[in-house]
Every structure is written in C-alpha cells, then in structure tokens.
Design a protein around this ligand. Sequence first.
Ligand code: F6R
Length: 271
Amino acid sequence: MRVVILKNAAAVAQAAAEESIHRIGLADLNTPATPLEKPVVIGLATGGTPLGLYRAWIQAYQSGQISFANTMSFNLDEYVGLPPEDPRSYHAYMNENLFWHIDIPTGRSFIPRTNVSNLEESAADYEWKIEQAGGIDYQILGIGSDGHIGFNEMGSSLASRTRVKTLTKKTRLDNARYFDTLEAVPTMAITMGIGTIMNARSILLLATGAGKAKAIRDTVEGPVTAMVPASILQFHDDVTLMIDEEAAQDLSQREYYLESEANRRRIEQTN
Ligand code: F6R
C-alpha cells in the first residue's frame, strides 16, 4: 500500500486531483481527435471526503485541461427508499457535485437503481453492467469511521459482489447530518461488494479528519478482517491512500511512510 500523508484536507484534494488526472489520463483524453475504442471506467464515491477532489476536477475541466468525454463511471452505492430526484439521494449528490459540471456523456454514468420493485435483480444487473464495461479501471474510495468501504459494513463477506446491505446504526448516525432526523436516514442501500471493489485495477482511497484515524490505522496496519472491510485492500497490488495529518495520527509507521514518499519523489525527479 502506498500511504501519502498530507497537511490537511485541501492538500489531499489537490494531490488526489493530480494523481487521478495522471493515472486516469484525463489530460490526454482531452484531445477529441483520439476517441478511444473503450472508455476509461472510473469508480466514484459520495460523502463529504471526495468533494474537494470533485471541485478540483471541475476546475481543471472548466479551464480546458482535462475532459471526461472518453470515460464512463460507476458509483459505489445508493440508498434504498430515496428516489433519484430526492436531494439526499446519491443520484442528486453526483449531479450537483460533479456530473452537471463536466462532459461525461449522458447515459455513461451509472448509480445503483434502488427505486425498483426487485432490489436483488437491480444489484445483479449493476454488477453485470460493470463487467460488460470491462471492469473498473480507477476506483475512488472514502472510508467510514468503522472501516467500511462502499456500504460494506463490518462483517461483510470479503468476496461480496453488488447487493443489498442493511446499514449499521453507526453509519446511519454518521450520515444523519444530511437528514432531519436519524429515523429519516435510510436503513438499506445497494452497494458494490468488496469483491467488486477489489477487481478495480487501481484504487485511490481518501481520508481526512481525526474521526478516520482509527479506521486508517486498522486498514493499513491491522490484520485483514471482515470486521474492518477496508483492511482487504492490503491484498490489492495498486492502492494509494491519500490522508491528512489528522487521519494519519494513529499510524505507528508514520515516519516510514513519509520517508518512502520522499524517496518516491526523488526517484520520479531523476527519471
Ligand atoms: C460513499 C461511500 C462511503 C463513504 C464513507 C465515508 O459512496 O461509499 O463508504 O465513502 O461513508 O463518508 P464521508 O466521506 O462522508 O466521511
């Protein structure tokens, strides 16, 4: 795992934008003369953490540096019980915070459909769509304060695929800030599974704030366990964590991660 420790949330957003633009190739995809046979598939997260990254992407797009015209996207999850037009749904979040401001082609951004009569069929269909798209090339992740990724709560099968999950009280409490009352927070979601996420070719996980410090320590330095779903990322061969000082505060090998990054930069400069 590559662990990049940065000063604060703004520095995380900036570094995540640079890293993802480079890794996805968003600047090269800017040339309309080179349409790709297969769009680059980006996995997207919602929540508070990626907002700075999305703002940086929008700015880079609006100033003509990058384009999403040759991409498609799959979101990690969506609440059950909120129609897409509900302002608290992840459909609405994505429209407001990203899709309305960039050039991702209409019909090429997918979010689990939860306003359907058959939720299990909808989840299976989402998994199939990801497969048909050739899998996810680059996945953006946040992390819950209990170590969840997507809405894969503690105890989720580490091999799980897209499915319906019941949200824990902790996750509902963490997300209650977007709703009037705790009771109004949906109790279920459709989420990509941990196996689905692990199939992504490359993963960028972002975390900021002291509330994520324990989850980050358990993810990076703890044993791999279904009780900390993000810890499975230790088995992925291309994961980068970009975290701020507060989220890094419980890491026992903090100095080592800083030194490794300094060495990486030195090597990049000499190449
Ligand atoms: C969101 C998602 C969740 C969040 C996590 C952290 O699509 O899948 O795993 O990434 O709950 O949320 P924030 O960023 O609001 O702390």
